[in-house]
Ligand binder design. Structure first.
Ligand code: GLN
Length: 310
């Protein structure tokens, strides 16, 4: 795969990215509502690139499973859009950047229970409710989807981590109750939140996530066939670009120039349309809930390869 003329071959470049960006001190934060995440060593750092030509490059801790958290929101949206299943969804959730934190209650109240986009918690709860119309266990459906797209068994739901998060899910329950009060939730709030938290608790490696996200870079074509139409795939990429990093979407677009989706487990999935899908992981977060080292590494990688949608 060609990068810019001055860049070394991709495998060597990724090794250099790991050397430069693996954290040397415990800077940044971990979310307080998910006890499991505080146990992950601060110096973990992995990166993987899956190309549309079928190659996979990786370096660092790219084979270590981590909690995908909000990266799950890209894939639940893809599932909700598959095969014309989106009927009714877009009247329940918008496609505008939120400009607020991912779990803000204020905006949801002010905007009468219609979440700004599917990548903040309130929006993802609506998407999960939508999926629950067809299955009682949307988290297991998501696990199957991710396993199929990753091309091999490996992803799993960390039920203990999910139980730990559920014990301190007051804010997500509050969001779900607001949605319910505004008539924008069909299932009971507790059922939707439990499914949502189990989706977030799926464990995957950078390599598995990069492969699972490849359809987003490949016109909707996944490992075993068509996942989405090219037009739906383009739309998910657009929502990633504008809403994928919560209230840091503008800053991330400025620094990296690519559609991305982060999770508070420290992972970021990024798409280079037509070329590759990239997953980077490092667990310590900035004030907006995005991986500190992961964002810096992606800015560096996009500068050195010239990969950008601009
Ligand atoms: N499970 C997390 C939560 O609901 C996911 C948030 C995230 O990754 N931004 O708080």
């Amino acid at each position: 795969m060609s990068t810019t003329l001055s860049a070394p071959p991709l495998g060597l470049l990724l090794e250099d990215i790991v050397r430069r960006h693996r954290p040397r001190q415990n800077a940044g934060s971990v979310p307080t509502n998910i006890p499991f995440l505080a146990t992950v060593p601060f110096d973990r750092f992995g990166i993987a690139v899956a190309t549309t030509s079928g190659e996979v490059f990786s370096s660092g801790d790219a084979g270590v499973p981590f909690s995908i958290q909000s990266i799950s929101k890209v894939f639940t949206l893809a599932m909700a859009l598959q095969g014309g299943r989106s009927a009714g969804l877009w009247s329940r959730v918008l496609r505008e950047p939120s400009g607020t934190s991912f779990n803000s209650l204020v905006q949801l109240e002010a905007e009468k229970g219609i979440p700004r986009n599917p990548f903040i918690n309130a929006g993802a709860l609506v998407v999960t409710d939508h999926l629950l119309e067809e299955t009682p266990d949307a988290a297991t459906q998501l696990l199957r989807f991710l396993t199929e797209q990753a091309g091999s068994p490996g992803p799993f739901i960390d039920e203990a981590a999910a139980a730990g998060e559920l014990d301190s899910s007051s804010r997500n329950l509050a969001l779900a109750h607001f949605l319910k009060d505004f008539g924008n939730l069909t299932r009971p709030a507790a059922v939707v939140v439990e499914n949502y938290v189990r989706q977030c608790s799926i464990m995957m490696t950078c390599v598995q996530l990069a492969k699972a996200g490849l359809f987003l870079a490949n016109n909707g074509q996944g490992t075993s066939g068509t996942v989405l139409s090219p037009s739906e795939t383009k739309r998910i990429g657009s929502i990633m670009l504008t809403c994928g990093m919560y209230d840091a979407a503008g800053e991330f677009a400025y620094r990296v120039g690519l559609p991305g989706k982060s999770g508070v487990g420290g992972g970021i999935l990024v798409i280079v349309p037509g070329r590759c899908s990239i997953c980077v992981w490092s667990p310590r977060l900035d004030a907006k809930g995005n991986s500190l080292a992961g964002t810096a590494a992606l800015a560096d990688l996009s500068d050195r390869t010239g990969w950008s949608v601009f």
